[in-house]
Design a protein around this ligand. Structure first.
Ligand SMILES: C[S@@+](CC[C@H](N)C(=O)[O-])C[C@H]1O[C@@H](n2cnc3c(N)ncnc32)[C@H](O)[C@@H]1O
Length: 322
């Protein structure tokens, strides 16, 4: 993950408003609400401390998930993006990850129902080196009541780690898709409930004429069987502040996420997606792949011309079937 130094410094500066002990306590409360799968989290936390705990403990992880999803979207689509609508901006992970990944000039419109989101976005933005190449507008909005009438359409619409906090998923998806000119990127936690939102969104938006840009190698019904879930992983370096808050020793954590990027026009999909960590054995590499023909286990032996590529491949990469 390539979260820029100025952004990590800004997050740490903001976190230093509270003692690590207070942040750790607030994070443990937040974490429990997520684990209990209660739709509360930051959205109902009026206390600034909870927002700063989310920023310190979760922002790097959701930033990493967005960055990893963007990596899998064809450059030809990313190059078209000049305007972005971020639905459920929170502390701005999607905005900053997109600003970092895209080199063209971009205007972001950020929607959230909580004023702390704007306050933190302003704080981080002021620390950024972006000057004229990016701009952002923040709007207060309860996305369950419909998106503001004044909104036009946007080259890209993004909604990360937000739909799961709402009770009007289909309405928000409809609104988001109506506002999408080229691409709609939906990201949720890499859990069974998170994937179930992605799967339903995939079914619904494909029925509305959307095509999938990533990760699926086709637009047919998702072949993931009941009880299993499609998700990916982003490795996030843990700062000493994050280690103190989360109580871990490791210098990194793996953020699991599910996502789907929908586009308006059909594009050439890769022929397969790697669904698990590749298993490297003595004479072969074993890959679990999602393909146009369903989920398949594929053995790439030393004799195969793709063997070297298979050894270097990772969970979440695209894969070309011969
Ligand atoms: C878990 S945070 C995710 C923030 C950010 N997108 C990220 O990836 O880190 C969810 C955000 O959605 C916002 N949110 C939840 N329900 C909302 C609603 N009905 N209307 C507007 N914003 C909402 C919350 O205030 C919170 O900022």
């Amino acid at each position: 993950m390539s979260i820029p130094l100025w952004l990590m410094d800004a997050v740490e500066e903001r976190s230093s408003l509270h003692s690590p002990k207070k942040l750790a306590l607030a994070y443990s409360v937040l974490n429990k609400t997520y684990k209990d799968n209660r739709a509360t989290s930051v959205a109902s936390s009026e206390n600034d401390l909870f927002w700063d705990a989310y920023l310190a403990a979760r922002f790097p992880a959701t930033y990493g998930a967005v960055e990893k999803a963007l990596d899998e979207i064809p450059q030809s689509i990313l190059a078209k993006i000049q305007t972005v609508l971020d639905i459920g901006t929170g502390t701005g992970a999607a905005v900053f990850a997109m600003a970092q990944a895209l080199s063209q000039k971009i205007t972001f419109t950020c929607l959230d129902q909580e004023a702390q989101s704007q306050e933190i976005m302003d704080f981080l933005w002021q620390k950024s080196p972006y000057e004229d190449n990016f701009a952002f507008h923040w709007m207060n909005c309860d996305i369950q009541k419909g998106l503001p009438q004044s909104l036009e359409t946007y080259d890209a619409v993004v909604c990360s780690y937000t739909l799961g906090e709402t009770n009007s998923i289909q309405k928000i998806l409809e609104d988001a898709w109506n506002k999408t000119r080229h691409i709609f990127i939906l990201i949720e936690p890499g859990t069974m409930p998170g994937f179930s939102i992605i799967k339903k969104a995939r079914e619904f938006l494909c029925s509305q004429g959307a095509f999938i840009a990533a990760p699926c190698p086709h637009n047919d019904p998702c072949p993931m069987e009941h009880g299993n879930w499609c998700h990916f992983s982003a490795r996030i370096p843990r700062s000493s502040c994050m280690r103190k808050i989360k109580g871990g020793e490791l210098g990194y954590e793996d953020e699991k996420f599910s996502y789907c990027a929908f586009v308006r026009e059909s594009i050439d999909c890769p022929s397969a997606r790697i669904l698990r960590h590749p298993q490297i054995h003595g004479g072969h590499v074993s890959l679990q792949l999602c393909t146009k023909q369903g989920i398949q286990d594929c053995l790439v032996s030393k004799k195969n011309s793709q063997y070297k590529k298979a050894r270097k491949s990772s969970w979440g990469d695209s894969w070309d079937m011969p």
